[in-house]
Design a protein around this ligand. Structure first.
Ligand code: ADP
Length: 883
């Protein structure tokens, strides 16, 4: 038999065997004590599913088990607990617990980890404590977080006509405070929560935060008393070591401070550790940035692709090399700037980096060695960093001088200033390098993370253990020699530890000092006093070595944590350098240009492209188009058949404006962008199934919101307004909207309006600042070719039947459709004349207005209507129009 097949290995290989006592089940732990303790813990965390660590498993009991088992897809079992009777129970292995906990969090549950914190001692119940409460907003473990996304715990506190918002990113210790005018139902609050990527929302009990706000975020109601400014100030004083709110620069936002008190109290209870070094507080100034609503974020595909191209603006731009850079890019996209100077400052650095191609490559290269230092430092403060995390801190510290040098090589004052901030205290690198092996293990459980020679005490323990292992390793040969028993074997099992196995035939030769331990069918198992002593030595030395290592690692975490503020500073600078090189890389590779951004009311784009469609089509296939909006031309009415490229064009202008305002280059040959305070979009049809609104109702609600919120400095993009209802209805509404945008004194905003109602082109005759544009098509006989080129002037008719043919509608149906069209055109002479005869355009357009519904509609004072009244009116008009 081969010698390799034996179970001698665990200690000799350096890994201790699982201690049999660790696998103790709840039954063995004694029926009542553990259950009593469990019940006490559960009473303290009634809102959470309590995961009790019992040996190698996390177990759930009673109702928790019943709730969790189906979510986790595991079997629900039961156990008898003496007098308490049988309780439902389920469990997951500790080793793979992360994936199960993730599932519980995804299902909106909270999880309390009730862990073993003391040493396991025979005959005594292990000391346990709740070490973490995990919820969507309080996770900071790497396994649960996306590197490029921030997930924040956000408290919302209404008070005195204002709403305070406090958003804590527990993975980095960054706390943002802001205050908004109004109550819980304002668009500004919805947009703020969206921008903050809130994973969990904390509100005072019974507050009326609308459910439709961030339906995916977990909701947690807290006692109203927690939202209290005085208590918050006290907490902030303790946490920051600063004496007053004034000292923190947050005295201007008392309502937000109340929210901060709640979020801090909540995270404290979740056992998130915050220290003055880690916690960074910032007051957000809404006025300096553009608010983006959910429609625009969606329609312009900023983060989630809509089209089959599968790309979003974020994924296109994300050429960052570090998680900090990716998160900063996300923040840029959520908050385009509106200050011309701030935009110019960003764009100037991007421009320098575009030019410095070689140095930029050097910087990219250096950045690849930088790890997520921002989150790593937070895990050190929590005391949960793994040896690999510490090594990542070490490697990042080691990479910083190269990043600095590469950034300096770009030769730009602003870049060099950032480079100088990319520093970590020397002692960190020195200490971590001396302490850790090059490639430490994933956990500190089994030792092996600390470099030999780093610590005398550890070295001594390891040497002692190694000597004992050598003794045991050599014992088999030695005993064979001494006893003359060739078939003597040394073995190991979890119950008896090391033993000497002697076949029955050789029992007569067993020495007197052998102590019999176990009788098997073909052999007897023995131990010797020496063997047991050395075994204890191995086990003990190993345990003590691991404990010593853990203490050394813990001290290193404290050291890193003490430098959290310096590291945050470096992380901020790294994020800035990284996002800038990413924007420069995209600009360089895509031949983008730096736009001229100014305070004019102009948008002038030469050969603009839609970056996502262009990327999807491949080189040379996208048709570039110009766009000019200025004081004389405020509204472009764009007509053209379906599938011609109208909506691509509209989105492209919106995207170019947003890119320009985050400081990026833009996909165009030239561009001048007069800063927009907002970009509004209403594109495509979306049913709001949850809200029970029809497509048309959604369309109108979105349009109403735009008309209410837009200002003269906004860009409004409207695609196919009125499509969701009958032709006359739709056309009338579309026309009324254009007139309103054109005539309302506070509006007159830059507008792109795409429509397939070619009749609307007549408006340009009456409204001085309306221009017509159309997508060019070439007709040859029965076929139509889309050129995707936008030219001046209106389309003279729609091409629906041609599109139907392209889509493969059978010829007989097409012939019939053409006949019907001809018939309709004959029966509507006014409409027909409108198309053919420019002089009659106004008449044609006003024909639908003769309808009483349209007259009433035109007479409505939209400014005086509340959204609800507007919707009711619409519903009424719609019904009357249909009869
Ligand atoms: P519409 O809004 O007029 O119905 P779309 O904007 O959805 O049309 O465009 C239809 C398709 O035409 C797009 O999916 C794209 O593949 C193609 N397309 C649009 N614009 C262009 C362009 N400028 N160059 C090349 N292809 C384009």
């Amino acid at each position: 038999m081969s010698r390799g097949g034996r179970v001698l290995a665990p200690h000799l290989a350096g890994t201790p065997p699982a201690d049999p006592r660790h696998t103790v089940g709840i039954d063995d732990a004694g029926e009542t004590p553990i259950l009593r303790e469990y019940r006490a813990v559960k009473a303290g965390f009634p809102e959470a599913i309590v995961l009790a660590r019992l040996g190698d498993f996390y177990e759930m009991f009673g109702p928790d088990a019943e709730v969790a088992a189906p979510i986790l897809g595991i079997a629900l079992t039961g156990r008898n607990f003496g007098n308490a009777g049988r309780l439902p129970m389920c469990g997951v292995p500790q080793q793979t617990a992360v994936q199960y906990i993730r599932r519980l969090l995804d299902a909106g549950k909270r999880v309390a980890l009730w862990d073993q914190v003391g040493d396991v001692e025979a005959g005594r119940l292990v000391r346990r404590a709740v070490t973490r409460v995990l919820s969507a907003g309080t996770v900071l473990e790497d396994e649960y977080l996306h590197p490029a996304a921030v997930s924040r715990c956000v408290a919302v506190s209404p008070g005195a006509g204002r709403v305070g918002v406090a958003a804590l990113d527990v993975s980095t210790g960054h706390l943002e405070l802001s205050e908004l005018a109004g109550g819980l139902d304002t668009p500004a609050l919805a947009e703020t929560l969206q921008r903050l990527d809130a994973a969990e929302l904390l509100t005072p009990e019974d507050s009326a935060l609308p459910q439709r706000l961030l339906p995916h975020a977990a909701r947690t109601e807290l006692p109203a008393a927690l939202f209290d400014t005085a208590r918050a100030d006290e907490r902030l004083r303790l946490l920051t070591g600063t004496v007053s709110a004034q000292g923190l620069g947050i005295d201007r936002v008392p309502v937000a401070r109340a929210a901060a008190g709640a979020v801090l109290a909540y995270c404290e209870r979740a056992r998130v550790v915050l220290t003055p070094e880690l916690l960074r507080i910032e007051v957000h100034e809404p006025r300096s940035t553009m608010r983006l609503d959910a429609q625009t974020v969606r329609n312009l595909e900023l983060f989630v692709p809509l089209g089959e191209h599968g790309l979003s603006i974020m994924s296109l731009l994300d050429r960052t090399r570090t998680p900090m850079g990716a998160r900063r890019l996300r923040a840029f996209l959520y908050e385009p700037l509106i200050d011309v100077d701030a935009i110019a400052a960003r764009a100037a650095v991007v421009e320098t980096m575009v030019r410095a191609r070689d140095s930029r490559r050097g910087l990219r290269e250096a950045l690849t060695r930088v790890r997520d230092i921002e989150r790593l430092v937070s895990r050190c403060v929590q005391g949960t960093a793994t040896p690999r995390d510490l090594a990542a801190v070490r490697d990042t510290c080691a990479a910083l001088p190269d990043v600095q040098a590469a950034a300096e090589a770009i030769g730009d004052a602003a870049v060099s200033a950032s480079a100088r901030r990319c520093r970590a205290p020397d002692e960190l690198l020195t200490h971590l390098t001396a302490l850790l092996v090059d490639d430490p293990p994933a956990t500190a459980r089994d030792g092996g993370a600390v470099r030999p020679g780093a610590d005398g005490e550890l070295d001594d323990l390891l040497t002692a253990g190694a000597d004992a292992r050598v003794f045991i390793g050599a014992l088999e040969a030695r005993e064979r020699e001494r006893t003359g028993i060739r078939s003597l074997r040394l073995g190991y099992n979890r119950v008896f530890g090391y033993y000497i196995d002697i076949p029955n035939a050789q029992q007569g030769n067993v020495p007197a000092d052998y102590i019999r331990k176990q009788t098997l069918a073909g052999s007897e198992r023995y131990v010797t006093a020496d063997l047991k002593a050395q075994e204890t030595f191995v086990l003990h030395a190993h345990e003590r070595a691991v404990a010593r290592e853990q203490a050394l690692l813990h001290a290193a975490m404290i050291m890193v944590g003490a430098h959290a503020a310096d590291i945050a500073e470096a992380a901020g600078a790294l994020a800035g350098l990284d996002v800038t090189q990413a924007l420069a890389t995209v600009a360089d590779e895509g031949a983008w240009v730096r736009p001229r951004v100014d305070a004019s009311g102009v948008i002038d784009i030469v050969e603009g492209r839609h970056p996502l469609v262009e990327e999807a089509l491949g080189p040379g296939r996208f048709v570039a188009n110009a766009c000019r909006l200025d004081d004389a031309a405020r509204i472009i009415v764009l007509t053209g058949p379906n599938m011609a490229g109208k909506s691509t064009y509209l989105r492209q202008v919106g995207i170019i404006v947003l890119l320009a305002q985050i400081g990026s280059f833009v996909p165009a040959a030239e561009a001048r962008i007069g800063v927009c305070d907002r970009v509004f979009t209403r594109i495509g049809a979306q049913d709001d199934l949850s809200g029970g609104m029809s497509t048309f109702m959604v369309e109108m609600a979105e349009t109403a919101a735009i008309l209410r919120q837009a200002t003269g400095r906004s860009l409004v993009i409207l695609d196919e307004i009125g499509r969701g209802t009958s032709t006359y209805d739709g056309m009338s509404i579309a026309r009324a909207v254009i007139e309103h945008l054109h005539d309302a004194p506070h509006l007159n905003c830059r507008t792109l309006f795409a429509t397939h109602y070619h009749e609307l082109t007549a408006l340009a005759e009456r409204l001085s600042r309306v221009r017509n544009a159309r997508v060019e098509v070439v007709e040859e006989g029965d076929s139509v070719t889309f050129l995707h080129r936008i030219v001046d002037g209106g389309a003279d008719r729609s091409f629906g039947i041609h599109v139907a043919r392209l889509a493969g509608v059978p010829a007989s149906v097409l012939v019939r459709a053409r006949d019907l069209l001809a018939e309709l055109e004959r029966s509507r002479p006014l409409m027909q004349r409108a198309v053919r005869d420019a002089d009659q355009l106004t008449l044609a357009i006003s024909e639908p207005a003769a309808h009483p519904v349209v007259e009433e509609l035109a007479g409505l004072d939209l400014d005086a209507l509340s959204p609800l009244a507007a919707l009711n009116k619409l519903a009424e008009l719609h019904e009357r129009a249909a009869t």
